[in-house]
Design a protein. Structure first.
Length: 67
């Protein structure tokens, strides 16, 4: 019985770890890095994933004027 509960808990733990990894991956950050981070520190990984800069958005930069 305990083995079954442990297996279910690990499956849920790994499934929940995908949440911050997907958020960070959509923002252009390392999916695998955030997945491992969230396996160890889920709450921190979730907060960081939502707060990091979105690398997929192209920011407008003023054109350099020729000298």
């Amino acid at each position: 019985m305990y083995f079954l509960l442990t297996v279910v808990a690990v499956i849920i733990w790994v499934a929940i770890a995908f949440w911050p990894a997907r958020v960070a991956g959509r923002k252009g950050h390392s999916f695998l890095g955030y997945f491992i981070f969230s396996l160890v520190f889920f709450p921190a990984a979730l907060i960081v994933a939502y707060l990091v800069e979105d690398r997929t958005v192209v920011q407008d930069r003023p054109a350099a004027t020729p000298a």
